[in-house]
Design a protein around this ligand. Structure first.
Ligand code: ADP
Ligand code: DP6
Length: 320
């Protein structure tokens, strides 16, 4: 068989239940506050790397523009010592790219793992999480499942670590818009750091929230996990409204989903909402209730806009 020696990796995306929103060091991507995430089985990236005559970068078989290519190949420098060793990177996202559905988290985690394999750098998981953070902050949390804490610390210690919990949860994603967002997460959080009048309040509260969340997870207290996730989400999104030029990632369609979640909750089924830098809504619930909640949602939303996901099983690395 013709073996081309392709280095491959698969990583799950993660959704923050305590949000990362703001860098105190832009270059090193050190956040102002701790964040905590839940990994998704249904949202992932598979990245394949092979030697080539020139550097190339594809997502879902589409050649990426010069700006994206430059960003990615600057990141490759963390692993490649011989610049003459050109590579082709072919990556596949299971979710829409750059639509607030966390493609950057699985995208950079899978790229980090595949580069580590391709260049035989044999780095530890802590080191891979640290390097991945330099590509995209949230990706540092894709190395542990199902719950991961990313600490706001110095360069070496600002990495993902596993959070203990026996909660068996699922997430239902309601896609109200799968188009690329106009303001990237990176730009949006920078606008908030630079001019939101409630930014200090946000990160001070988020750090308090992260400690509470760790304790709720450890105590398997789903009700408080869900309530805290919602209040943390709401405060994060409020920061955008208090910028010099206010903006919002949320739309009328987002609020319609939130209304439905509140109704479902009133009917006795526990579920809670969160949104990232985009209008799509992620609903956290117990795995045992997930199918029933999915069925209720499917009376209002078409099934191709609803994704029911269990927690991610962890990353994989292999050769082809
Ligand atoms: P999202 O909400 O999907 O995470 P972001 O705006 O935060 O969107 O990040 C999108 C960026 O993440 C892309 O512009 C690209 O740089 C990076 N990205 C997405 N998918 C991949 C991938 N498969 N491999 C490498 N980088 C990726
Ligand atoms: C709202 O990790 O995509 O999803 O570090 O600039 O690449 P960069 O940002 P990114 O931001 C994610 C922001 C968020 C919240 C979260 O995932 O914690």
């Amino acid at each position: 068989m013709d073996r081309k020696n392709i280095s491959c990796a698969k990583a799950n995306a993660n959704i923050a239940i305590i949000k990362y929103w703001g860098k105190k060091d832009e270059k090193l991507k050190i956040p102002f506050n701790n964040s905590i995430s839940f990994t998704l089985d249904a949202f992932y990236t598979i990245t394949k790397i092979e030697n080539s005559s020139e550097d190339e970068f594809y997502i879902n078989d589409t050649k990426q523009d010069e700006q994206e290519k430059t960003k990615i190949f600057n990141f490759v420098k963390n692993f490649r010592s011989d610049f003459n060793q050109k590579i082709k990177i072919s990556s596949y996202n299971s979710m829409p790219t750059a639509a607030g559905l966390s493609s950057s988290s699985s995208g950079f985690a899978a790229l980090t793992l595949a580069l580590n394999k391709h260049f035989n750098t044999n780095k530890s998981i802590d080191e891979l999480s640290r390097i991945s953070r330099l590509g995209s902050g949230s990706s540092s949390r894709s190395f542990h499942t199902p719950f991961c804490l990313w600490k706001s610390d110095d360069d070496i210690n600002s990495i993902g670590t596993k959070v203990d919990s026996n909660l068996d949860l699922s997430m239902i994603i309601v896609i109200v818009n799968d188009k690329k967002k106009e303001i990237s997460s990176n730009q949006g959080m920078k606008m908030c750091v630079d001019s939101s009048s409630i930014f200090e309040k946000w990160y001070t509260q988020a750090n308090i929230d992260s400690l509470k969340m760790i304790s709720y997870l450890k105590n398997n207290d789903f009700t408080n996990v869900g309530k805290l996730m919602e209040s943390n989400t709401n405060l994060m999104h409020r920061t955008t409204l208090f910028c010099e030029t206010p903006f919002s990632y949320l739309t009328y369609k987002t609020y319609k989903v939130i209304d439905l979640i509140k109704q479902i909750r009133k009917s006795g089924l526990e579920c809670y909402y969160t949104m990232d830098a985009g209008p799509n809504v992620k609903i956290l619930c117990k795995k045992e209730d997930s199918y029933q909640i999915y069925e209720i949602l499917s009376k209002t939303y078409p099934k191709d806009k609803l994704i029911l996901s269990n927690c991610g099983k962890g990353f994989e690395v292999w050769s082809e």
